[in-house]
Design a protein around this ligand. Structure first.
Ligand SMILES: [Zn+2]
Ligand SMILES: [Zn+2]
Length: 278
C-alpha cells in the first residue's frame, strides 16, 4: 500500500481560483499521476485558510486575504471524485473549540493538522517571516515544537503534517547549535500521549532544507514512542504526486516501519507499506 493524503489541487500562488483547479479534469491529472506511481490511496487536503469558514478560527491578515472559497462546496466537489476528503487545518491556539466545530460539521476522511505559525509569524511564509523578528534559533525552535506539542495534544487532528517544518529554510536561516532532540522532546511526548499519526512528507526535499520531514532523529523518537506514520507528498501540482517516494520508502524501511495509516471517515487502520514505487 502507498498513500498520498496531503495534496493540494490548487497551487499556493495568488490569483489561483477554485473554479480553475477544483475540476474533474484536474483531479484526473492527480489520479493519473497516482496510478503511475502505484499509489492506491489518494486524498486531498486543501488549506483551511482558503475557506471563508476559517475566519471563524483566526483573523490573521493572511487568512483574511485568502479566505474566499466555501468549505462545504469544496467537500461536495471532492465527494464527486474518487479522492478521499481531507483538509489541512492549522492549529490555532485558543481556537480549539471553534476548530472542533468546523471539523466535526463535515464528513472528512482525515484531517491533517499543521503548525505554520508561531504567534502571528510564519516559519515558512515570506511576508510573515518569523526570522525577521528574531535571530534566536533556540527560541524559534523551542516555540515551534511546543506549539506542535499543543497541536498533537489538542486531539483535533488525525495526522501531524510536516512535523519539523521549522527547518524548511535549511542553512539560509539560523539553526540552533544544540542537539535538535532537545527541542523535539515535548512534541514527541505529546505525540505518544495523543496517538496522532506522524506524517512522513517528501515536500522537504523540494524545499531549501532538501530533506524529508521529519528529520531522522525525530522519526526515530516517534518509532520509540510507538507512533504510527502517514505517507504524503504535499503536492501542489499533479506532477508532485508521490514525489520522491523511493526516498520515503527507504527511510521508513531503515526505521523498521512496515505499516502506514489508511483513513476513512476519520477511522484509522494500518496497512502494509509497499516496498517500492510503481
Ligand atoms: Zn502545510
Ligand atoms: Zn500542505
Amino acid at each position: 500500500m502507498l498513500t498520498d493524503y496531503h495534496l493540494h489541487l490548487r497551487p499556493d500562488e495568488d490569483g489561483t481560483t477554485a473554479e480553475r483547479y477544483f475540476t474533474a479534469e484536474n483531479v484526473d491529472r492527480y489520479l493519473a499521476a497516482a496510478a503511475d506511481a502505484g499509489i492506491e490511496e489518494l486524498g486531498v487536503s486543501e488549506h483551511v485558510y482558503r475557506f471563508q469558514q476559517a475566519l471563524d478560527l483566526w483573523q490573521h491578515p493572511l487568512w483574511q486575504s485568502n479566505g474566499e472559497d466555501d468549505l462545504d462546496a469544496y467537500c461536495e466537489f471532492v465527494r464527486t471524485t474518487p479522492l478521499k476528503l481531507g483538509v489541512e487545518c492549522d492549529f490555532v491556539p485558543g481556537a480549539e473549540d471553534r476548530t472542533r466545530s468546523l471539523l466535526e460539521a463535515r464528513d472528512f476522511d482525515f484531517v491533517v493538522g499543521s503548525v505554520h505559525f508561531i504567534g502571528d509569524e510564519a516559519v515558512d511564509h515570506p511576508g510573515w517571516d518569523v526570522w525577521e523578528g528574531s535571530n534566536d534559533p533556540d527560541e524559534v525552535w523551542r516555540r515551534y515544537f511546543e506549539t506542535l506539542a499543543e497541536c498533537a495534544r489538542s486531539g483535533l487532528f488525525d495526522i501531524l503534517a510536516h512535523p519539523d517544518l521549522v527547518k524548511v529554510w535549511g542553512g539560509t536561516r539560523p539553526l540552533p547549535e544544540r542537539d535538535p532532540r532537545f527541542f523535539y522532546e515535548p512534541a514527541i511526548e505529546a505525540i505518544a500521549e495523543s496517538g496522532v499519526a506522524v506524517e512522513i512528507s517528501t515536500a522537504g526535499l523540494r524545499k531549501p532544507v532538501g530533506e524529508l520531514y521529519p528529520a531522522r532523529a525525530f522519526a526515530e523518537m516517534c518509532v520509540e514512542a510507538g507512533a504510527p506514520f502517514a505517507l504524503s507528498s504535499d503536492a501542489h501540482l499533479p506532477e508532485q504526486v508521490g514525489f520522491a517516494y523511493d526516498r520515503a520508502i527507504d527511510f521508513l524501511d531503515e526505521l523498521g516501519v512496515g505499516e502506514i495509516c489508511v483513513f476513512e471517515r476519520r477511522q484509522r487502520q494500518l496497512a502494509p507499506l509497499a516496498s517500492r514505487v510503481g
